[in-house]
Design a protein around this ligand. Structure first.
Ligand SMILES: Cc1cc2nc3c(=O)[nH]c(=O)nc-3n(C[C@H](O)[C@H](O)[C@H](O)COP(=O)(O)OP(=O)(O)OC[C@H]3O[C@@H](n4cnc5c(N)ncnc54)[C@H](O)[C@@H]3O)c2cc1C
Ligand code: SF4
Length: 554
């Protein structure tokens, strides 16, 4: 597999500079270079190739990032707790992510019209559907069409065959179905048939290694083994790693002329380009715009609406674990499969919600778990273990593999207490002002979590089991902001320049040649994990940018 070599910019004058090489930046580079546009990717992290460098994150998956990035702090306003997971390596968080890739559905783009909360997107599902098709085909997604309300199917031939459900998953499905709850094949960006792009050949998953440590055979999608080598294969791309972009530079006409970045040795550089694409991840992109303030843009670049940094959303999250006696003392066999769940429970109560029967808006889904797997530091035996020595060994044999996990992932409504801004004092090791976060869940999210916990308990009890550990009150059980690592919304798209940062193609209202492609542009954050939508929109936005460049509008 060709290495996405960090390149010198000598002799390469880009048409477009893309900031960031993760899901959004990788897709931007792929689309632009295939349109014949010379593209320079600037990546703050180090060069990384998961094929020889399998050691990455072997123990904690955070070798080059994580909850703390050395020398790059952020702060929380008094009373707020927001955790920010960043990755500083080529490919960004696509090296780490879980790869669960459900599509947003038609309701998800127009949720304000359904319940009066938040804001509608300026685009609809039909605008994005062709890009979902293309993205799924390109990155490789296993799953199956389920024909469910607001969970769109994919056209025939796109999805890879999903792995067979595990016994534990079949059990959850039985319990859920008995309560009228669907449980269907999950969709993951993992290949179950090989893909043979000459620049990025990828093998089918052989069900053997933990994907969170990087997939050496390319079965699990990551920008580093797919989009970036394909972009490099066109001959139109260059990548500079260890390049921390500090600001976007604009000319007297208000257009972006390029970006400034700081190299590993602290050296400062300017790169000129016809257009600038920001794919630094939602909060980093907001930070870049705020740090690009100057005399003409005292509140930050592209911020005439005042919305940059606002509308910060994450996904709600909590976990409920059940111990199921019927699963005790199972015969031992290999239950690995693809690292992730083979089935999941999509949101199912749209009709009840529309009829006003629930006390919270928007939905959640369950990512389910439970299987024999390589244990971590300790065995999860559901608290049933007793004693030590032989007795403990017997308990381990009896109880291991008898726990089922329900991970709740729900939609958050944007609120005025959740946003990021520049910290007035603190700077990072590059001398760049850092972000300060403000965060608060509303009762919408708390009540939704309460429902998710109760329903998981109902399924566990239906299976004859009991919940492991205490059922905390939902306001304590809900994960802190940022913990689910689905932060979006900080540079939202909209129909009007007065209340949004970009138009429906990610083009900033204020700067004609500045296009945003990461999750910052989300107008709302459906409970469905965001990255497939990030990539589909990045493709759509880059098609538009390429078209405008062809017509010399930029
Ligand atoms: C453990 C984990 C599990 C996850 N599971 C899922 C999942 O199952 N499904 C899902 O949909 N999502 C999941 N996510 C979230 C997913 O990883 C992100 O939504 C996605 O990677 C965002 O893409 P991005 O391109 O915006 O940002 P990233 O992938 O983070 O890439 C941004 C890149 O920009 C670089 N950068 C930042 N600032 C600058 C700068 N100033 N100059 C130059 N470069 C810069 C960063 O170093 C980084 O490489 C998970 C994330 C993690 C960490
Ligand atoms: S389980 Fe499959 S997708 Fe995951 S790392 Fe191993 S081969 Fe790759």
């Amino acid at each position: 597999m060709p290495k996405s070599k960090a390149a010198s910019k000598a002799g390469f004058e880009p048409d477009v500079v893309v900031v960031g090489s993760g899901a959004a930046g990788g897709m931007a580079a792929y689309v632009l270079t295939r349109a014949g546009i010379k593209t320079l990717v600037l990546e703050a992290g180090r060069d990384y190739d998961p094929v020889p460098e399998k050691h990455f994150g072997f123990y904690d998956a955070t070798a080059n990032g994580g909850w703390d990035v050395p020398g790059e702090p952020y702060t929380n306003a008094p009373g707020s707790v927001f955790r920010w997971w960043r990755s500083r390596m080529l490919g960004g968080r696509t090296n780490h992510w879980g790869r669960h890739v459900p599509r947003f559905g038609p309701y998800d783009f127009k949720s304000h019209s359904r319940d009066g909360l938040g804001m509608d997107w300026p685009i609809s599902y039909d605008d994005v559907a062709p890009y979902y098709d293309r993205t799924e085909r390109l990155i490789g997604v296993y799953g199956a069409n389920a024909g469910l309300e607001n969970h769109p199917d994919s056209p025939p031939g796109i999805l890879h065959t999903p792995p067979k459900p595990r016994v534990t998953e079949l059990m959850i499905r039985a319990g859920a179905n008995a309560l009228g709850i669907p449980c269907v094949p999950s969709r993951y960006a993992v290949l179950t048939r090989p893909m043979d792009d000459p620049h990025a050949p990828r093998q089918a998953c052989f069900y053997a290694t933990p994907c969170g440590r990087g997939c050496a055979i390319g079965a699990a999608f990551q920008s580093t083994t797919s989009l970036l080598p394909m972009a490099m294969g066109t001959g139109k791309a260059r990548i500079i790693t260890n390049a921390m972009v500090s600001r976007i530079v604009t000319g007297p006409d208000g257009k972006a002329t390029g970006v400034e970045y700081v190299g590993k040795d602290g050296s400062r550089h300017f790169v000129k380009a016809r257009a600038v694409v920001l794919a630094a991840s939602a909060c980093e992109t907001a930070r870049l715009l705020l740090n690009s303030k100057d005399g003409g843009h005292p509140e930050g670049l592209a911020n005439s609406s005042g919305q940059v940094g606002k509308n910060l959303m994450d996904t709600t999250g909590t976990n409920v674990t059940g111990h199921i006696p019927a699963l005790e003392n199972r015969p031992r066999y290999n239950e690995d499969g693809a690292e992730m769940a083979h089935l999941y429970i999509p949101w199912w109560l749209y009709k009840e919600q529309a009829a006003g029967k629930l006390d919270f808006p928007r939905g959640y889904h369950y990512e389910i778990g439970g299987r024999f797997s390589q244990p971590g530091a300790g065995l999860s035996l559901g608290g049933n273990e007793d004693g030590y020595g032989l007795s403990l060994k017997e308990d381990a044999r009896r109880y291991y593999g008898a726990q089922l996990g329900f991970t709740v992932r729900g939609e958050m409504i944007p609120n005025s207490d959740s946003y990021c801004e520049l910290d007035p004092q603190m700077k990072d090791k590059f001398g760049i002002p850092v972000l300060r976060f403000h965060w608060k869940w509303s009762q919408h999210e708390i009540r939704q979590i309460a429902h998710g916990m109760q329903t998981a308990k109902d399924i566990i009890e239906r299976l004859g089991g009991k919940v492991v550990g205490p059922m905390l009150p939902p306001e304590q059980a809900i994960a802190v902001g940022g913990w689910i690592i689905h932060e979006v919304g900080t540079t939202r798209m909209g129909a009007s320049a007065s209340d949004s940062v970009t138009d429906g193609f990610g083009k900033t209202w204020d700067v004609d040649n500045l296009v945003l492609v990461d999750g910052g542009i989300f107008t709302s954050n459906a409970h469905k994990n965001p990255t497939l939508t990030i990539m589909a929109l990045a493709w759509r936005n880059m098609d538009r940018l390429a078209d405008r460049m062809r017509k010399n509008e930029i």
